[in-house]
Design a protein around this ligand. Sequence first.
Ligand code: FAD
Ligand code: DLZ
Ligand code: SF4
Length: 516
Amino acid sequence: MAGAIRLVLGDQLSHSLSGLADLDKERDVVLMAEVIEEVTYVRHHKRKVAFLFSAMRHFADELRDEGITVDYIQLDDEANSGSFSGEVVRAVKRHGAERLVLTEPGEHRVLAAMRGWEDELGIDVEIRNDDRFMCPAGMFESWAEGRKQLRMEFFYREMRRHHDVLMEGGEPVGGKWNYDADNRESPDLKLTVPKPTFFTPDETTAEVLALVADRCAGHFGDLDDFGFAVTREQALAVLDAFIAERLPLFGTYQDAMIADEPWMYHSHIGFYLNSGLLLPGEAVRAAEAAWHTGHAPLNAVEGFIRQILGWREFVRGIYWLKMPDYAAMNYLEAHRPLPDFFWSGDTGMNCMQQSIDQTRRFAYAHHIQRLMVLGNFALLAGIDPAEVNEWYLVVYADAYEWVELPNVSGMVLFADGGYLASKPYAAGGAYINRMSNYCSGCTYKVAKKNGEGACPFNYLYWDFLIRNREKLGGNARMGMMYRSLDRMAPEKVEMIRADSARFLERVVPETEGSLT
Ligand code: FAD
Ligand code: DLZ
Ligand code: SF4
């Protein structure tokens, strides 16, 4: 045979993938490879590796069932070279291929390698657009051109118009673009949160779990009670169950956190969207349909659709527009190392301990845990963006650089100086107390502002403002906070500084040359 090799990566598990279009079943071969370089360039959470490998193996079986030839390289295959580049070289030789066809990857690092393949292999390499996103190639660039700061809300309106989602006669249904004013209530502890949709591992998943337990023994995370969907059919069942059981309360409890309730009213489809088992358009249309039938209210449906049609597309646009420089940004010059307890969960701060513990168990935490607990701590403590980014990329099963990096560097750490977010999402303990029941089980006292036993978020919040006054003092949206700071008695400011210095020196000692 002398057809094309069609390379499919672990996060490209979509039958409609551009790299699979016009495939010639007689002559072409699909190449899929489990490679140690992808598993260890950051040491991914065990559950994430198991999920992807099992989903990849199932996807390969589905292609074979369609009569497509698949050359699938397992991690433990003897001749496995360990990298995408090495496996492509071997496969081209093995099959005498005259062309390589692929879909652009989700990471700048991988795209840079792919761009060298034509020279390396001496055959045509065709890199196709990834059309599984809702913002068509080039549209984001045109929209962003000439804007100094990008705001998701305006981009989202363009996307609503472009795809005619929740629109009526050119106007947003209900008369408003955004219904967040009706959302984000404190948790209701009387409610029984529906159980998440999990699946019993089949033989393929069981094999992969054993492989990962052996080869990733030193990686962060647990494999127990693995229940993720590993096929499109299962992923669709997760989406259906979300629409039926959780969507109506999605908006109301979007920001709420309850101890030992990791899943709340969120959809848990990020794993499947980002690996290609689900497409964003089908999630958006399913939610829109639930509003039309009266099953879910507009505040919930609009809020959910905004996350996918707005935020997800927006951060992807920023990633490709700003890479590779975006990864090195550190506007606030934060240089403290990541505290060990981000891995061990060994901290007296119950909000952090709960969020880290469930991250270890499930490779999942919902948005507010990522943003306002874990991220807020990293921001206030001045942790180095490179270390924070690596942690987030490792620990979440939905994490790929295109989506993780703008969320961490842009939304959480303000490392891009305000390109993505108009102000840092900094908050003291009162916010966490309002949105969760964590504080009642904590060794610290949320109502106490300073001294022994005071909630660290309380003094770290003000210390963050003091340390970063030069960079943030002129931000109009921070004006009220700085005016409150200026009204504080000097002794109070002294206590804040002393408490913060003591706490940070204990949990995140500065390295030499630190600028925080
Ligand atoms: P839901 O809350 O049910 O939301 C539905 C979907 O909307 C998600 O599945 C996701 O596809 C999309 N979405 C929601 N918020 C965002 C957002 N801010 N950016 C992009 N998509 C969004 N999301 C990832 O997919 N991968 C990541 O690596 C990732 N890292 C994050 C890191 C930080 C610091 C923060 C603050 C957020 C991060 N997010 C990331 C966004 C968000 O937290 C997750 O998408 C969400 O928690 C996934 O759970 P879910 O599927 O239950 O989402
Ligand atoms: C995340 C990941 C892991 C852990 N392993 C593999 C793998 O062995 N083979 C593969 O094709 N893809 C894997 N991935 C996903 C890739 O890292 C991802 O495709 C690139 O980062 C580009 O988005
Ligand atoms: Fe977190 Fe402070 Fe509440 Fe403890 S008291 S759970 S540290 S916010």
